[in-house]
Structures are given as structure tokens and as C-alpha cells.
Design a protein around this ligand. Structure first.
Ligand SMILES: Cc1ncc(COP(=O)(O)O)c(C=O)c1O
Length: 440
């Protein structure tokens, strides 16, 4: 089958040259490189859905706040690892106004993206109790976090939550926690890649069991406020973004600035440690750090070790953004709603051309439109589908690297696809369906 929208020989050669053990299991960044190479050689533009990059401009006032700080000369000094006092204050306000929770300013710490926040959390939490050696992922999830746990030599346990939603969650989660070896668990809500959104009842169950088995919960809110079926964006007014923090006091919240504020390049995120965890003492920490207090160890131990703080200017930018949303002078939601509009159209283009949505239900409702969706094509494994789509100028990542059980599926990110590309996408999907339905 050589009559493909992208030159068949070039795609085939580039895949061969990459010498990948398996194209379906390559990391997101490797795929990015491969697609760049194919685009360069063929001169054809792909419909790029592999990487979760925000496709919107950063609000200008945040860029200006960064520039101002640099002009004032912040760049010649080291940063305070705890974070800028005005940023910490705005983070605390954000927690109150958008999550309806109370946290101490000390417990609000900027990190170099939620990527660093995740790594620092995994590292520090793994040192709390030698008798617990396992990290639990409520999957599917962000592949990089699994790579981190693996590279830290920590054992991984996981399950795909899709078949255990609602009242099925308790037994499933308890079957993993009752072994007693899990020190911490993580979920991402809304979920990357499936876009399922946990309910208050499910968060309550996770909290109850985490308390019962003394497990620290990491709530990854990389897509804060992006369950667009609800409007969580009005400061101090319900509905508030659902959070575990309402149900337990032993948690770390990771609230990335990358997607909500289209700020990925400046690498800044909020790490919110519950006051209880922040002030808790763990005897075992003394083996690795010169303190046994969790919050102190996190800041002056782990974060100092890894980055010695978050760069000045993004802290000023994030302060400006948070102040604006907290004061109600900027509504983040109205900017990023664009993702939902694109997802709705793109999902239809896929399903009109023989594809299926993999994670298609949020308990009993159709999955919401957001930053990601998942899809498959009858008769093809995810790995094969990913490879085949490259010949049609469409790139996505395989669900197999996300801890998903749905190995037939791929994840599509809508952010980088421009509306002007929808015609191309439609043509390519039609061609794909034409070629593949003839073969099946
Ligand atoms: C679930 C999840 N967590 C964390 C991150 C990393 O966020 P950051 O850009 O703040 O490092 C991402 C980025 O895509 C993500 O999808």
C-alpha cells in the first residue's frame, strides 16, 4: 500500500533508521523527533497529536511581569528555594478560592514544572518508611512519571481504573493497598490520557483507604479546571475543582502552570503539601537528610539537591497570573475552552471514518471534550495503528506506555492541531479508512 498521503518510502526508511525496538513503545520525545525528521524530508506537515503542549499563547501580562523582573535585575542572584513570598501568598489564596481549602503559605512551594514536583515527591516519599517499597499508580497516566519511579528503583503497582469506577473502586483499590507495601499513590484528574474525571465520591473512597493504610496521596492536577462540563473558574464561588484535600490531610497537590496558563516553556508548577504532612516527622528521613521534618526535607533537602529553587522570572509571571485569577480580573477558562471545541470536532472526524473512542464513558456519561481523547481502529493493535498512521501524516502516542489495559488504543492531544488542519485531517482519516477497511 504505497498511495499514502506522506511518502511511503521516506516514512518506512525513517522508522528503520531509528532502529526502535518497538515503535509503539517509544517515548513521546522520541516520536516527536521521528515526526520532525519525516516532516523535514518530505516537506509535509503532520497533524501532530503526540505531545501535550499547550497550543495557546501565554497571557501577555505574565510575559510582561517576567520581563519586568529581569529588567529589575533579579537574574544575578540565587532564588529562595521556598519561593517568592508574594507567589506563596497567591498560591495560598488560589487554594482557598479555587479548591476551597486552607493551607499554610509555607506549604505552597513553586517547582520547576510538575515534572520536578513529581520527581521530588517520589524521591522524598520513598525515604519515609523502609518497610514500604511500592508506589501505586491509579492508571492510565503520564508515562514520564512511571519512568521516574522506575529509574529511582522503586517498585510499581498499578491498575487501570476504567473498569473500577464508582462503587467498584473501593474493593479494587483496597486489594492493592491491603498488601501494606504502598507508601504513596498518584492519580491525575482530569485524567491524562483518558480524560475521565473522578467524582467526589471516588475521591472520598481514595481518601478513606489512604488513611486506613497510611498512604500519601499525590493529586496531579496538570489539567486543573479543564473538566469543561463544570465552571470551576469563578474565585470563591462553587463549584470548586474536586480535590482529595477535602477528605484527608496527608497529601501533595501538584498544580502545573503549563496547561491552565499556557506556560509550559517556563517550567513552573505549584506543589501544595498538606500542613499535616509538611510538619510531620519521620525518623527514617534522618538517614538521608539533616532533618526529620517532611516539609523542611522537601525544600532544603530534595529541592535544594535537584534545582536549588525555581528560576526568578517564571515565579514573577506565575505570581501575576495567580493574582489576576484570584482577583477575578482574568478568567483562565475562557482561553482554554478552545480545547474542548476542537476535541468535539476531531472526535467526530475520527468516529465518522471507522475509528472508535477507547475510553468513551465517564462512569455513565459520554467522556467530556478536553485536552486529550483516545481512539482505536478495529483489527489493529495500538502499536500497529501508531505506525500505520505515520504514513497518513498523523502522530499520536500509544496507550501501552500509559499503564492502560487498552492496548488497541492511542492518545490524541488536540492542542497543537489547528482548525485550518481539520480538512487535511479529514482527508487523511478517510484515506486511512479506505485503505484499511478494504484490507479487513
Ligand atoms: C499528568 C501530567 N502530570 C504532569 C505533567 C508535567 O507538567 P509540567 O509541564 O508542569 O512539568 C504533565 C504534562 O504533560 C502531565 O500530563
Amino acid at each position: 500500500m504505497k498511495d499514502t498521503p506522506i511518502n511511503y518510502e521516506v516514512v518506512k526508511r525513517k522508522i528503520q533508521e531509528g532502529n526502535y525496538p518497538s515503535i509503539g513503545n517509544v517515548s513521546i520525545r522520541e516520536l516527536l523527533k521521528l515526526v520532525n525528521q519525516i516532516e523535514q524530508e518530505t516537506g509535509e506537515k503532520f497533524v501532530r497529536m503526540e505531545m501535550g503542549i499547550p497550543g495557546l499563547p501565554t497571557p501577555e501580562f505574565a510575559v510582561n511581569a517576567e520581563i519586568e523582573s529581569l529588567k529589575k535585575g533579579v537574574s544575578n542572584t540565587y532564588v529562595d528555594i521556598e519561593g517568592l513570598p508574594e507567589l506563596k501568598k497567591e498560591m495560598q489564596r488560589f487554594c482557598k478560592l479555587f479548591l476551597n481549602i486552607d493551607v499554610d503559605k509555607n506549604s505552597c512551594i513553586p517547582t520547576v514544572g510538575a515534572t520536578l514536583g513529581s520527581f521530588a515527591s517520589f524521591f522524598t516519599l520513598s525515604k519515609l518508611d523502609e518497610s514500604k517499597d511500592t508506589f501505586l499508580f491509579i492508571d492510565p497516566g503520564f508515562p514520564l512519571q512511571k519512568q521516574m519511579i522506575k529509574s529511582l528503583g522503586i517498585k510499581i503497582d498499578h491498575f487501570d481504573i476504567y473498569n473500577y469506577r464508582g462503587n467498584k473502586l473501593r474493593d479494587k483499590l483496597e486489594s492493592h493497598l491491603k498488601k501494606g507495601n504502598v507508601f504513596s499513590l498518584l492519580y491525575c484528574n482530569p485524567n491524562n490520557p483518558s480524560w475521565i474525571c473522578l467524582t467526589e465520591e471516588e475521591l472520598k473512597v481514595i481518601a478513606e483507604l489512604a488513611v486506613k493504610y497510611n498512604v500519601v496521596v499525590i493529586e496531579d492536577s496538570a489539567y486543573f479546571g479543564m473538566d469543561f462540563r463544570k465552571d470551576y473558574s469563578i474565585p470563591g464561588k462553587p463549584p470548586y475543582q474536586p480535590t482529595i484535600a477535602n477528605y484527608m490531610d496527608n497529601y501533595i497537590l501538584l498544580i502545573s502552570g503549563s496547561k491552565i496558563f499556557s506556560y509550559a516553556g517556563q517550567r513552573i508548577s505549584m506543589m501544595i503539601i498538606s500542613d499535616k504532612l509538611f510538619n510531620s516527622k519521620f525518623e527514617n528521613l534522618k538517614k538521608y537528610y539533616n532533618s526529620d521534618i517532611f516539609g523542611r526535607v522537601m525544600i532544603f533537602g530534595t529541592l535544594y539537591n535537584i534545582t536549588a529553587g525555581t528560576a526568578h522570572s517564571p515565579q514573577y509571571g506565575l505570581t501575576a497570573l495567580l493574582k489576576a485569577v484570584n482577583d477575578g480580573t482574568y478568567n483562565y477558562r475562557s482561553d482554554i475552552m478552545e480545547y474542548a471545541g476542537k476535541a468535539k470536532i476531531m472526535k467526530k472526524l475520527f468516529t465518522d471514518n471507522g475509528f472508535k473512542i477507547v475510553y468513551d464513558k465517564d462512569i455513565d456519561k459520554p467522556i467530556a471534550d478536553g485536552f486529550y481523547f483516545t481512539f482505536s481502529y478495529p483489527g489493529l493493535t495500538g502499536e500497529k495503528l501508531l505506525e500505520e498512521l505515520l504514513y497518513y501524516g498523523i502522530s499520536a502516542i500509544s496507550l501501552s506506555i500509559t499503564g492502560s489495559e487498552r492496548l488497541e488504543g492511542l492518545r490524541a492531544c488536540v492542542s497543537l492541531v489547528q482548525r485550518e488542519q481539520f480538512k487535511d485531517l479529514e482527508y487523511r482519516l478517510k484515506k486511512f479508512n479506505e485503505h484499511h477497511s478494504l484490507n479487513s
